[in-house]
Design a protein around this ligand. Sequence first.
Ligand SMILES: [Mn+2]
Length: 275
Amino acid sequence: MQQRVDFTKHLDGLTHQHIAVVGVPFDAYSSFMRGSALAPPIIKAAFHSPSANYYSESLRALHPHDLIRWIGDMPIGEYEDIASYASQIVSTKARMLALGGDHSVSFPLVRATANAYGPLTILHLDAHTDLYDSFEGNPFSHACPFARILESGLAKRLVQVGIRTMTPDHKAKAERFGIEIIEMKDWKGQVTFSLEGPVYLSLDLDVLEPGLAPGISHHEPGGMTVRDVLSIIQHLPPTLVGADIVEYNPLRDQNDLTAMIAAKCLKEILDRMLH
Ligand SMILES: [Mn+2]
């Protein structure tokens, strides 16, 4: 059993006013290809790239910012550690914005957030529903987090947008759980949904057209433009209480292009959380 590292010193001074940006370097539950554990420092480097500035598109200056706290990366030994560190962060009342990792990290992140705010309205942007009961024998696989989230009662409402790998089983499960799905084939480039109450955003970068954002493990053609995703983020209500950006795989990226997209999305998410 690995000794759990004391993470609490990273949390000094966090209050309900703060946004805690944390890296989640975990990719052991990826089914196809690993690499997303390497994401956090590369997304952060892209955020600080001198090729861009620190303003959101609404002209909010994001760095340095008194209310945005960069608390480092979770020192993860095993999957269960993510839940523990997420709980520690959320217990400060700060809103948690997580970077990196495969999509398996979203279940413990959402659980910690829902423990603080009650059942969440979750906006899930992804090529995949991630609704498998179990994948290759692992119920916590990155193909399963939304099955775990739903059966744990963490979502008051789940809206999935960008889906283009639906199976009959997932379709049936979506109907059974009342999931609202906007499949990519039906996406018209307009945000037609509105979200209320405590909202959580889970952004899997493979929702994007892989030709635009190659730095992901699962290249599923027919996805969104970067502007589609930015527009969705910019429509989020000010009750955004948590978010994650997952599945960035630097081993597949080209010229840090996808890292820059992740950083751009991060800037717009920060803007909404500061609203
Ligand atoms: Mn995905």
